[in-house]
Design a protein around this ligand. Structure first.
Ligand code: ISL
Ligand code: CA
Length: 551
């Protein structure tokens, strides 16, 4: 059994501030909006919030391009309001985790503005990666995560700068000790305000392979793991941050882990490593991506999906810890992707909640999942806001794809699926704003909304509430072992959570067909997604928790 920590017991609720609740009618969610909804959040039972970036930013990538790490974007509110929010959360026993985006900054950050200065002795030159081009083109063939070359040319300097994401997100050069000191100052600034930790954006990418050799671009996941992530000094850098700053506070860190494989995971989160507390691995997020990545879909393989949970649990063992999730602000809505967002929306949303809340690892719930919000499909590319979607649109159009063909890909995989406003009620704009929302509300808001879910006793919201309370009351779900119970039925996923004195068996039907109920003698049903159970059959998307009883 692993040692106790508050962050292992955390139940994280991720808020995308831009889309949660707008308090002043400008169409953009804000801190005031979160403050208005604290009762709602508390009622759900969560005890930790992760906020996507709220810092000063030109918003090319909705805040993942920061131009001032020390101030709150006026769209979201003021520093006083931030402090008010933090105090209010703490008053309710809820912790706050901030997003830390230090692989890159905005190109409008003063560091980068200074860095562009061509003078030889420019002290900011080495804050970023500047290289000479090759044969009239970029220094190598690296491709940005958002499509197109990962290098942009700057005339004044006659040099190219590296950006693994958009052209407005130049990569910071962690080789430069001054950059690392800047990052430590940022960490201290927020930790001294009393926040409870950081979610670290693309953290395995901070150390670069300085040869900048060409990559084999035939498989993007491979490029991420071997070229863009896990660079030679990544562990040294993380240990330095931990030693000099993080270890001095009672906080938690969770790294976003593109390119972190099962074999590498404990190098980042192993107990004795002095790096991070936990990671989000992204392997299951790529499960329906072909070699081209996000807009190169392939069918979901359910057996592979189940296997990933089992393998990852084994890979972590007693050494490291995961945060588990099925969606976030970068991937489609979980009920649309892993469940059935039509006939069995309610059932499958509950089942997926049961999966993440009975797994070993700290569950992270993306706002809106607790009412079963779904993917969206807009009529025109103009309705999409995401920089990634818009960039790939340009690239796919050049390759000859029509707008309609591209829209079909976006409605499956695009990031705006999860960025539409929170659906609070069935009034105009779903009660998100009195103005015009920055991105359209999902038209399904008329029947998928919080008010509706509060009314119905068997709603998804109420199931989340009960399931969260159940997890909090049963520490075996946090600290107990995880063992798969092998079944030959493709759609059943069965596992045990066990400690010295408690033993539960979770039976999940990941499909819309009913299947025979497995042999469960010696077990009694204690909790389930369905009110009625057939003794012989497990219904579509039915999930149950059984307790081992003494015989
Ligand atoms: O690995 C991926 C796809 O297989 C990517 O989704 C990758 O994890 C992701 O693009 C990194 O995301 C993070 O950094 C980006 C930002 O746009 C995302 O919103 C953020 O979560 C750049 O900061
Ligand atoms: Ca607002």
């Amino acid at each position: 059994m692993s040692e106790k920590s508050w962050w292992k017991e955390a139940i994280i609720y991720q808020i995308y501030p831009r889309s949660f609740r707008d308090s002043n009618g400008d169409g953009i969610g804000d801190l005031g909006g979160i403050l208005e909804k604290l009762d709602y959040i508390e009622r759900l039972g969560i005890n930790t919030i992760w906020l996507n970036p709220i810092y000063q930013s030109p918003n090319d990538d909705n805040g993942y391009d920061i131009s001032d790490y020390y101030s709150i974007h006026p769209e979201y509110g003021t520093m006083d309001q931030f402090e008010e929010l933090l105090a209010a959360l703490h008053g309710r026993g809820i912790r706050l985790i901030m997003d830390l985006v230090v692989n890159h900054s905005s190109d409008e950050h003063e560091w980068f503005v200074n860095s562009k200065d061509p003078r030889e002795d420019n002290p900011y030159h080495d804050y970023y990666f500047w290289r000479k081009g090759k044969n009239g083109g970029p220094p190598n063939n690296w491709q940005s995560f958002f499509g197109g070359p990962a290098w942009t040319y700057v005339v004044e300097k006659d040099a190219w700068y590296l950006h693994l994401f958009s052209t407005k997100q130049p990569d910071l050069n962690w080789e430069n000790p001054r950059v690392r000191e800047e990052v430590k100052d940022v960490l201290r600034f927020w930790l001294d305000k009393g926040i409870d930790g950081f979610r670290m954006d693309v953290i395995p990418c901070i150390s670069k392979n300085l040869e900048f050799a060409d990559a084999d671009n035939s498989d993007f996941a491979h490029v991420i793991e071997y070229v863009y992530s896990n660079g030679p000094r990544v562990h040294e850098f993380l240990q330095e941050m931990h030693r000099d700053v993080l270890s001095k506070y009672n906080i938690m860190t969770v790294g976003e882990g593109p390119g972190i494989s099962q074999e590498r995971a404990n190098l980042y989160v192993g107990k004795s490593r002095g790096e991070l507390d936990m990671i989000f691995h992204l392997e299951h997020m790529g499960i329906d991506h072909g070699p081209g990545g996000r807009f190169d879909p392939k069918p979901m393989d359910l057996s592979a999906f189940k296997q990933l949970w089992v393998e990852w649990d084994k890979a972590m063992g007693d050494e490291g810890w995961l945060s588990v999730f099925l969606d976030n602000h970068d991937f489609p809505r979980m009920v649309s992707r892993f469940g059935d967002d039509q006939q069995y929306r309610v059932e499958s949303a509950k089942l997926l909640a049961m999966l993440i809340l009975t797994m070993r690892g700290t569950p992270c719930i993306y706002f809106g999942s607790e009412i079963g919000m779904t993917n969206v499909s807009f009529d025109s590319i103009e309705d999409y806001r995401d920089v990634e979607t818009r960039n790939f649109y340009r690239i796919f159009r050049e390759k000859g794809l029509s707008e309609q063909e591209f829209l079909r890909l976006v409605e499956q995989q695009g990031r705006d699926n999860v960025r539409t406003p929170m659906q609070w009620d069935n009034s105009t704009h779903a009660g998100f704003t009195t103005g015009t929302p920055w991105i359209q509300v999902n038209p399904r808001y008329t029947h998928i909304n919080v008010a509706q879910d509060h009314k119905a006793s068997d709603s998804i919201f109420h199931f989340y509430q009960e399931m969260i309370a159940w997890r909090k009351a049963h520490s075996v779900l946090v600290y107990g072992s995880f063992t798969e119970v092998v079944t030959d039925h493709e759609h059943l996923f069965i596992y045990d959570r066990k400690s010295v004195d408690e033993h539960y068996r979770i039976v999940l039907n990941l499909g819309s067909e009913q299947v025979s109920r497995p042999e469960l003698s010696g077990f009694a049903l204690v909790f389930g997604t369905h009110e009625e159970q057939d003794p012989d059959l497990v219904g579509p998307w039915e999930g149950s928790i059984y307790q081992k009883i003494e015989v």
